[in-house]
Design a protein around this ligand. Structure first.
Ligand code: SF4
Length: 278
């Protein structure tokens, strides 16, 4: 086989993956590295700006892999509305696209991909999940590396380094208080607190998501929703109406720490999609 290794930073739009990419390129050289981003077409525009700025700083152009469908397209095509428990958008738009890209590198260029993730020591469970996932590939396993866990003895302050030393502004969603910044705040795995944040920050984007959910329910004639209260559907329309009649409820959700009560808040971004916050 004797494939030549190619080092691939899994760009997520977050600071840690950009930082890891920088060190990967420094170690292995630009010609042996790829910065890979799988685009759902729902990202916040400032995430694209950040990724382009950091890729330019690193000196390797960003490789976009684009399926061409949005998460909404996937929900209607599969007749299944993504939610905290199952999000086929992630499988179709992120996982499948990545695997196809890696397979092409092997078959068409005789390259052996090694993946780099910006996951820190406080999220080792995500690293284990990813390693297991890529070890279990149907054709051949793919090696995964987690430099922030495996290489650095102390976790670097990546946000400070990028803003102060690289002179690049972090994606605006960091400051806006989102728990994760994928899909422009519209992630179907985001949970109650996440949707409260979306409603407060970008009501027009919340309205788009509400509209999509209502359209899906009407078209498919199914009582389904992105969020659930207890084990029952709870629509974004109901949630908005709750916010309108009880502003304290909105504030309560906004003040909650999503890490404190994940089950209740349903904040469970998928391990493939969610970007690091630190
Ligand atoms: S971030 Fe959320 S909505 Fe976007 S593709 Fe991933 S699971 Fe789906």
């Amino acid at each position: 086989m004797n494939r030549k290794p190619v080092h691939i930073a899994m760009y997520s739009g977050g600071a840690s993956s950009a930082f890891v990419a920088y060190h990967m390129v420094k170690q292995y050289g630009r010609e042996n590295c790829i910065l890979l981003f799988t685009d759902t077409l729902w990202e916040d525009e400032d995430n694209y700006r950040f990724m382009e700025d950091t890729a330019e700083y690193i000196g390797v152009p960003l490789t976009y892999v684009v399926d061409g469908r949005t998460p909404e397209d996937i929900f209607f095509e599969t007749k299944y509305l993504g939610n905290a428990r199952l999000a086929r958008c992630s499988v179709e738009l992120k996982v499948r696209q990545t695997l196809m890209f890696l397979e092409k590198l092997r078959t068409e260029q005789n390259l052996e991909p090694i993946l780099y993730f910006g996951i820190g020591p406080h999220e080792t469970h995500r690293a284990y999940n990813l390693r297991d996932f890529y070890a279990d590939m149907p054709l051949e396993p793919v090696e995964c590396r987690f430099p922030l866990i495996e290489t650095f003895t102390e976790e670097p302050d990546v946000r400070r380094i990028i803003t102060e030393e690289w002179g690049i502004r972090l994606p605006r969603m960091y400051d806006l208080g989102f728990t994760h910044a994928n899909c422009g705040g519209r992630c179907v795995r985001g949970g109650f607190a996440h949707y409260a944040q979306l409603y407060k920050t970008w009501p027009e984007r919340y309205a788009l998501q509400e509209e999509m959910e209502e359209k899906f329910r009407n078209q498919q004639k199914k009582n389904v929703s992105i969020l659930k209260r207890g084990s029952h559907p709870y629509t974004l329309k109901q949630l908005r109406e709750h916010f309108e009649t009880d502003p304290d409820y909105l504030e309560k959700l906004l003040s909650m720490n999503i890490n404190m009560d994940k089950e209740d808040l349903q904040g469970a971004p998928c391990f493939i999609c969610d970007i690091e916050k630190d």
